[in-house]
Design a protein around this ligand. Sequence first.
Ligand SMILES: C[S@@+](CC[C@H](N)C(=O)[O-])C[C@H]1O[C@@H](n2cnc3c(N)ncnc32)[C@H](O)[C@@H]1O
Length: 251
Amino acid sequence: MTGWEVRHGDTLLALRELGAGTVDAVVTDPPYSSGGAFRSDRARPTGDKYLKGSQLPDFYGDNRSERGLLAWASLWLAECWRVTVDGGAVAVWTDWRSLPTITDAVQCGGYSWRGIGVWRKPQGRSRPTAGGLWNDTEFIVWGSKGRRSGACLPGVWEAASPRDKLHQTEKPQAALRDLVRFAPEGGLVLDPFAGSGSTGVAALMAGRRFIGIELSGEYVDISRRRLAAVAASGADVARSAPALFDVEGDA
Ligand SMILES: C[S@@+](CC[C@H](N)C(=O)[O-])C[C@H]1O[C@@H](n2cnc3c(N)ncnc32)[C@H](O)[C@@H]1O
């Protein structure tokens, strides 16, 4: 594979079509299944949970219990481990609620858990907890398939959520630009939950190749247009040309 590709489908099925030992790094932001303690909370539309009032499409897979999340994440992480080269890396975004589950799932999948990165958001745009701590952080659980060598990457990123989001839970390029360097230059980065293609944008801009998988047809469309623009112009034109993105278009 050269360049980039986004496949439309369920990641568990799509991962089975990738060859063993073909991916240098898995960098992914799966549904957190956060936003409440009860089944009724989790079943709320993702727009209500994460970005009230947004016109962006809701997304799939955000309704699992912690036990359900552990079982499911272990399955797709085992497939990710199979397709990762020896010495390759995995990085999985999560929040405080699912952090223990994701550290377990990374290891259930077969990787060695190696540490945690931190994304710190400005307090003004995150959630205060009465009598508690600010929930102003999200986390990146990282691990490896065997021994790693190469440069040491930063472990903390201070960045605001992207403005003019293309996905309800879009992650900042400041962190993704470093995380894709888990793959060597020219290497292949896999994101099995590609959303609007943010990981792919970072990968292409850092001289890595990219394969994404996404279940939502709307987000497949957004990510493909976004990545095609990056591949053609070298810039993430989504921010400067929002008309390119017909987010209410057909799936
Ligand atoms: C948290 S979002 C990723 C957002 C992405 N980081 C971005 O910046 O745009 C997770 C994505 O995984 C997708 N998804 C959920 N279940 C899936 C599945 N079984 N197979 C493939 N994609 C799935 C959702 O539709 C959603 O777009």
